[in-house]
Design a protein around this ligand. Structure first.
Ligand code: NAP
Length: 268
């Protein structure tokens, strides 16, 4: 089943140098497909040992915070491929800090990486996506489903992405371009190392004190989602389903729970 879908596909993965993107590369490269891997450190990405010998991996260095760099990456992708089957819109950064302390620079950098860069890239790749009736699968977060205390910049950048890509899906329905938003829970990656604190310094925090998913588990769910054209807003486990339903059914109770559970994350 996996083989039938992934063989001969053209796949683009953003943020393939670490964490979930790296796991996506490991899992997709088991098949006879072409995988474009994008990240600032794209040239440091090593071929997974499990890679199929006929899988082609093509690194493209890009900084999503820099629109000129995204344009350069688009030029390479336009030259290298006529069509794209699956675009894993995965790269992202987190930002931690109270609303009243977050610098505007943190909002700008978070939105540049999580929203403007991806939107520019996806928009620029629409001709290739239309050609193959391709799908955009976004690694989103449970934090996109409600404004999370201590995560105002991160939550808002990801929920903005939801709105733009939902609009895209409806507009491009007749042209067959799909879009799925996968709300991933806590996963064991470098996200909290590379993110930003309220003043814009590197966060360098340890893993969340919660049950963590592995990047491979998440990668397999993202690949499964890519195979389902009807997948829209996908939640992974109870945490996502809980926020998704509670925001409509009982937002007051949801806020009390978020306050209690995340108190230590935002209280001075
Ligand atoms: N880990 C979690 O608990 C969790 C939960 C929910 C959602 N997510 C989402 O999962 C996605 C992947 O993150 P991760 O957890 O795997 O973290 P990660 O290990 O820190 O990986 C982040 C990836 O994004 C790339 N990236 C960051 N800034 C970039 C930029 N300016 N330009 C290009 N690429 C950039 C990084 O590559 P370079 O540094 O080489 O550029 C890296 O490959 C993110 O969108 C995140 O929001 C993660």
């Amino acid at each position: 089943m996996m083989k039938d879908f992934w063989n001969d596909k053209v796949v683009v993965i953003t943020g393939a140098s670490s964490g979930i993107g790296e796991a996506l590369l490991k899992e997709t490269s088991r098949f006879v497909c072409t995988v474009f891997v994008l990240a600032r450190r794209a040239n440091e990405i090593e071929e997974p040992s499990s890679k199929h010998k006929e899988c082609k991996i093509i690194p493209i260095a890009v900084d999503l915070q820099d629109s000129c760099s995204v344009s350069d990456a688009l030029e390479i992708l336009h030259r290298e491929t006529e069509g794209i089957d699956v675009l894993f819109n995965n790269a992202g950064i987190t930002a931690h800090g109270r609303f009243d302390e977050l610098s505007m620079e943190v909002y700008r950098k978070t939105f540049a990486t999580n929203f403007f860069g991806p939107i520019q890239l996806i928009q620029g790749l629409l001709p290739q996506l239309k050609k193959k009736k391709g799908r955009v699968v976004t690694t989103s977060t449970v934090s996109a489903l409600y404004g999370i205390p201590g995560r105002a910049a991160y939550s808002s950048s990801k929920s903005a992405l939801h709105a733009a890509l939902e609009a895209m899906r409806i507009e491009l329905r007749e042209e067959g371009v799909g879009s799925s938003l996968v709300c991933v829970p806590y996963t064991e990656t470098a996200l909290r190392k590379s993110g930003l604190d309220a003043s814009g310094q590197i966060l360098d925090e340890g893993q969340a004190k919660a049950k963590l998913k592995t990047p491979e588990e998440v990668a397999l769910l993202l690949m499964k989602t890519a195979m389902d054209r009807e997948a829209r807003l996908v939640t992974f486990d109870r945490s996502g389903r809980f926020v998704k339903w509670m925001r409509n059914l009982a937002p007051g109770l949801l806020e009390k729970i978020l306050h209690k559970k995340l108190y230590h994350d935002f209280k001075n």
